[in-house]
Design a protein around this ligand. Sequence first.
Ligand SMILES: [Zn+2]
Length: 57
Amino acid sequence: MLTALGQSDRAEIRRIDAALARIAAGDYGDCVQCGNPIPDKRLQLLPDTPFCANCSP
Ligand SMILES: [Zn+2]
């Protein structure tokens, strides 16, 4: 099953893993770049983003 996953799927799993780690650490919802809170509307759209709109690459 895992071998059927494409590269983009694995990247997505890594992003979700990182988001889960931030939830566990209590950092979820804060931008990792500037430390400002990420607006709820953006988190609903991109639940696994670690960046606010200003810092998004
Ligand atoms: Zn930011």
